[in-house]
Design a protein around this ligand. Structure first.
Ligand code: PLP
Length: 418
């Protein structure tokens, strides 16, 4: 790290004086990226298993993305949704192929995509007076007023009262809790297939199937927030497809809406949601919109992202190389049982659960995961915390075996030195 170099200190100083202080940043400034590598102001190399928090699905500076950005921006960047343009139509057609028959709404971020789901639920319940959405404890659904209301974490809501009414939270993977929480006002249940900010906790297959049944019986919408776990990260397009794999529901299971964002644009901001055919009439012209949604530039990039994922077999890379990541980390759990508890997740969405009680991870000011992440950063590996005791690995979908090995070796070194 370059905490003390003049260039870093100057950037930090300018940032502190110009950018609102809403993030606790790490003491590093990046100037360049290449594949799965990042370089800081000192020229130090880092292996990037954070991928901009599950965004850079093709790593950094991918030549195909650069080419698409250049070509599309030389032709047409934005016209608004008052007119038609081909890149968004093509992208929607391809997403429908992947999700199933229905329609796509494009927007610009995960929180905005989820706002669409909240509005969908209200629209759905409007005539019968239903508007409440049940979500999971430890979930994360974004930072808008609706997003923080939906998020099942008190710390996210703190200081923003009154919180928008109409959301309740129940333990994840607990069907009985969801059933008990249903009232005559409930319109929908919203979950993440794998809780990303809540410790990398995948939904169990029986839970998904039972939730679908429960929602059908009670006439509720079953909504998925796939902002982090979607778009091939788990080794399938959607996490619920991966979780249900091999079972009778693998091909028949269908949510009532799925939100997406992050890696769909591989770094170009975009989001959206999919609705199955039977829900598309809940929105009509005038009921929802956004200026930038589905802009030709964003959609051209997302089309290229889909092309590269397909051409380079990145779905199976996420699955197979992701398995090697999990296995490598599991070996470390066996070697360092006093520091590490378990490994969870699917594909390239992996959580390493620390033993929060370990003496070596205690720190006056930092929680255990920060202690570990700071050490990894010093050694040139970028990862992200998930809660206070889980190290989250979200490598780009094109990460190689050799890079995974290198990353695991860095974790091993840090564990051996703790
Ligand atoms: N939903 C989930 C599951 C997320 O992980 C995130 C962001 O981390 C969001 C929603 C919010 O997305 P954005 O930050 O793009 O608004």
């Amino acid at each position: 790290m370059n905490t003390n170099t003049t260039e870093f200190l100057s950037l930090k100083n300018r940032s502190d004086n110009a950018i609102l202080n809403t993030y606790a940043r790490y003491p590093v400034a990046f100037v360049k990226g290449e594949g799965r590598q990042l370089f800081d102001t000192e020229g130090k190399r880092y292996l990037d298993f954070a991928a901009g928090i599950a965004v850079n699905s093709l790593g950094h500076a991918h030549p195909r993305i650069a080419k698409t950005l250049f070509e599309q921006s030389s032709r047409l960047t934005h016209v608004s949704n008052l007119y038609y343009s081909e890149p968004g139509i093509k992208l929607a057609e391809r997403l429908i192929e992947l999700f199933g028959p229905g329609r796509i709404f494009f927007c610009n971020s995960g929180a905005e995509a989820n706002e669409g789901l909240f509005k969908l639920a209200r629209r759905f319940g409007q005539e019968s007076g239903k508007f409440e959405i049940i979500t999971a404890l430890n979930s994360f659904h974004g930072r808008t007023l609706g997003g923080i209301a939906a998020t099942g974490q008190e710390k996210i809501k703190k200081g923003f009262s009154p919180i928008i009414p109409g959301f309740s939270h129940v333990p994840f993977n607990d069907l009985e809790a969801a059933e008990t929480a249903i009232t005559e006002k409930t319109a929908a249940i919203l979950i993440e297939g794998i809780q990303g900010e809540g410790g990398i906790t995948p939904a169990r297959a029986e839970y998904l199937i039972s939730l679908r049944k429960l929602c059908d019986e009670k006439n509720l919408l079953l909504l998925f927030d796939a902002v982090q776990c979607g778009h091939f990260r788990t080794g399938r397009f959607q996490s619920y497809q991966r979780i249900l794999e091999g079972g009778s529901a693998e091909f028949s299971f269908q949510p009532d809406a799925v939100s997406f964002a992050k890696s769909i644009g591989a770094g170009f901001p975009m989001g959206g949601f999919w609705l199955p055919e039977k829900r598309i009439d809940l929105f009509q012209p005038g009921s929802h919109g956004t200026t930038f949604g589905g802009t030709p530039l964003a959609c051209a990039v997302a089309n290229t992202v889909l092309d590269v994922i397909e051409e380079e077999g990145l779905q199976s890379n996420a699955r197979e190389t992701g398995r090697e990541l999990a296995e490598g980390l599991r070996n470390l759990v066996s070697t360092y049982p006093s520091l590490l508890r378990e490994v969870r997740g699917l594909g390239f969405m992996v959580g390493l659960q620390l033993n929060g009680e370990a003496r070596e991870l205690k720190h006056e000011k930092l929680n255990p995961v920060q202690v570990v992440i700071n050490r990894l950063l010093e050694k040139g590996l970028l990862v992200v915390p998930s809660g206070e005791t889980v190290v989250r690995f979200l490598p780009p979908l094109n990460t190689t075996r050799a890079e995974i090995e290198e990353g695991v070796q860095i974790v091993k070194q840090v564990m051996s030195e703790l």
